[in-house]
Structures are given as structure tokens and as C-alpha cells.
Design a protein around this ligand. Structure first.
Ligand SMILES: Cc1cc2nc3c(=O)[nH]c(=O)nc-3n(C[C@H](O)[C@H](O)[C@H](O)COP(=O)(O)O)c2cc1C
Length: 195
């Protein structure tokens, strides 16, 4: 096991006109700026996962689908995760839920933080994600980044004149650093415990 935590920033929306890439790149840069992690952006869209169609979770039976196996091998490389997710009908995207279902053992005993967005900051999606994380035997940070309200519409194309995410660092920077700090603690703790 390497000593340097390997952290994946997972882009949780796969639609062609998604907003997700902007907050994902922003949090990845902030995570890299810490200087003590290996950080990689993992784009769910590039895996082209089918809807789950295995005989069981890979907790019980190895998956047959080649894309699912490639996804599991990617997840296995990381010690911690930052999920970047919008709120779709008060939950995470179907694509992210499917991707979470397409692995099991690779998620276990690892930590995660969340960057969510939407009119109310994607808070309801974030809470669903934390509940899913319990079943996957993961540890969630308390702090998360929620891009909502006026901030959301100032950086989102729906607002008409989208600004870069860096323009709202004054409001989300503190929660980002709190989330990253907690993710560091939980990631190192679970790495040590797994070792
Ligand atoms: C199917 C669907 C459901 C949505 N439901 C919500 C919602 O419950 N709450 C919310 O704040 N925004 C909702 N939105 C708006 C999204 O926050 C917004 O479209 C955002 O850009 C989606 O993320 P993406 O562009 O990265 O896919 C919804 C959007 C879609 C497409």
C-alpha cells in the first residue's frame, strides 16, 4: 500500500451538456494544491457502464461485464473519493447510482467527500449518497461543498452569464477545505486500518 493517499474525483453526471465537469475540475485543483495526495479526475462517462445486469453484487459473484470489471479495477486503485453530483429529483444521478452498484468490495472501508449542486445545494442528493455509502461500508466526511442558491445560478449556464467556480470561492472555499481536511483524516485512518 502506498503512503500517499490516492484520491479520485468522480464526475457523477454523464449527460453531454452537463455542468459537472466545472466543479469537478475546481475541487480537483484545490485537492492537488494540498500537495500530499495523488489526485485524479475519474469521468464516469468514459466507462460507458451498462445498467446493472449481473447475477449479484460483486460482494457475492464476480461481475461478467467487461466495462463493469474495468470500473471495479479503477475504483480499487484509490484510497478515497470525492463525488461530484448534481441533484436529480432530490437524489443523485441514475448514472452515479448505477456506478456505485457496479462495484462493492472496491468501495469498502474507504472514505468519501461530496461536492453537490442544485437550487438548494444538492443537499438532498448528498444525504442519499451518504446513506448509500453506509451500505457500501464507506466513511463520509461531515463537511461537504454545496453550491446552491444565488451561487449556483451565478456559475451555472441556467443563470445566463456563467462565471467560473473560482468566483464563489468566498462562500464555498471554507467548506471545501473542511471537507478535504476531514477526507484526509478518514482516508489515512482507513488506509492504516486496511493495512
Ligand atoms: C432529471 C433532472 C432532475 C433535476 N432535479 C433537480 C432537483 O431535484 N433539485 C435541483 O436543485 N435541481 C434539479 N435539477 C437541475 C440540476 O441541478 C441542473 O440541471 C444541473 O445542471 C444538473 O447537473 P449536470 O448538468 O451536471 O447534469 C434536475 C435536472 C434534471 C436534468
Amino acid at each position: 500500500m502506498s503512503v500517499t493517499p490516492r484520491i479520485a474525483v468522480i464526475i457523477g453526471s454523464t449527460r453531454d451538456s452537463r455542468f459537472a465537469a466545472a466543479p469537478a475540475e475546481w475541487i480537483a485543483e484545490r485537492a492537488k494544491a494540498r500537495g500530499d495526495w495523488e489526485v485524479e479526475v475519474v469521468d464516469l462517462k468514459t466507462f460507458d457502464l451498462p445498467l446493472f445486469n449481473e447475477v449479484a453484487s460483486n460482494a457475492w459473484v464476480p461481475s461478467e461485464n467487461a466495462a463493469a470489471r474495468a470500473w471495479q479495477e479503477t475504483i480499487a486503485k484509490f484510497d478515497g473519493f470525492i463525488f461530484v453530483t448534481p441533484e436529480y429529483n432530490r437524489s443523485i444521478t441514475g448514472a452515479l447510482k448505477n456506478a456505485l452498484d457496479q462495484a462493492y468490495v472496491e468501495w469498502n472501508r474507504k472514505a468519501f467527500g461530496i461536492v453537490s449542486y442544485g437550487s438548494v445545494g444538492g443537499t438532498r442528493a448528498a444525504e442519499h449518497l451518504r446513506t448509500i455509502g453506509i451500505e457500501l461500508q464507506m466513511a463520509s466526511t461531515r463537511s461537504a461543498v454545496h453550491i446552491g442558491g444565488g451561487d449556483f445560478f451565478s456559475v451555472h449556464p441556467l443563470g445566463g452569464d456563467p462565471k467560473p467556480i473560482s468566483s464563489i470561492e468566498g462562500t464555498i472555499g471554507g467548506s471545501a477545505d473542511a471537507m478535504l481536511g476531514e477526507l484526509d483524516w478518514w482516508t489515512r485512518a482507513t488506509m492504516a486500518a486496511r493495512g
